[in-house]
Ligand binder design. Structure first.
Ligand SMILES: N[C@@H](CCC(=O)N[C@@H](CS)C(=O)NCC(=O)O)C(=O)O
Length: 233
């Protein structure tokens, strides 16, 4: 490790936000300790390392906490610049492009995915339409990064885009199975579809993602406890 000391990821097993931090550390080959936090019963130490948002993930490096997944990823790249594969390109314009699409992946999907996990058909339909729209936009956006397709992607050239893309899109398979819906249509978004297939095949991604069956189970559970659709008068 270039920057010596202790390193701990405080996360939650199903969270795409903590999974992307773990994946970035694994890609770079940086050893870390993983600490599962109980978000229903937050302990004083956890509240002391993220007193503002009180959310996972938090990375604690040599006793110093860093919160917010995208800020943590940048910290990892800055701190271990010369360790393992680079997560960002050298060219400043290319970096800005990667950051733009990382932010898109980070900010555009979680609300709609959460809204899709409901018994209310109308809410689910609206959320699904939103997801399909964003996937189509992403399909266009990815063309500049993968002009020759996605088959050459490995953990070595995964980059920040692949790390965040894996954390957001790979668990869609579990959501699709749990809810009996299709989030990524291979005809409407062929590049996103092949990107996700390729990402899923990378060993480090596979070993980092939440277990599929457990995710299917918890998604079904969330759907069951979601509010019943409003009764028509
Ligand atoms: N913007 C944050 C989002 C993190 C987040 O939403 N974490 C959730 C778990 S998936 C959390 O800690 N929730 C606990 C709470 O809101 O009390 C990031 O990117 O790190």
């Amino acid at each position: 490790m270039a920057a010596e000391g202790t390193l701990a990821v405080h996360g939650m097993w199903a969270s795409p936000f903590s999974k992307r931090v773990e994946l970035a550390l694994k890609v770079k080959g940086i050893p870390y300790e993983y600490v599962e936090e109980d978000l229903k019963n937050k302990r004083p130490y956890f509240l002391s390392i993220n007193p503002v948002y009180k959310k996972i993930p938090v990375l604690v490096h040599n006793g110093k906490p860093i919160a917010e997944s995208l800020i943590i990823l940048e910290y990892i790249e800055d701190t271990w610049k010369n360790t393992g594969p680079k997560l960002l390109p050298d060219d400043f314009y290319e970096r800005a492009q990667v950051r733009f699409w990382v932010d898109f992946l980070h900010s555009k999907f979680s609300e709609n995915v959460m809204a899709a996990v409901t018994k209310d058909g109308e809410t689910r339909e609206k959320a699904l339409n939103g997801i399909h729209e964003q996937i189509k936009i992403l399909d266009e956006g990815l063309k500049r990064f993968y002009p020759n397709g996605t088959s050459g992607i490995t953990h070595e050239n995964l980059g920040l885009l692949g790390v965040v893309g894996s954390s957001v899109l790979c668990p869609f398979l579990s959501t699709e199975e749990a809810l009996g819906i299709q989030l990524i249509d291979p005809e409407q978004a062929p590049l996103v579809h092949s990107w996700v297939e390729t990402l899923r095949g990378i060993s480090l991604v596979k070993e980092t993602l939440p277990p599929h069956d457990k995710l299917v189970q918890i998604t079904k559970y969330f759907r069951e406890i979601s509010l019943d659709p409003p009764q028509k008068a």
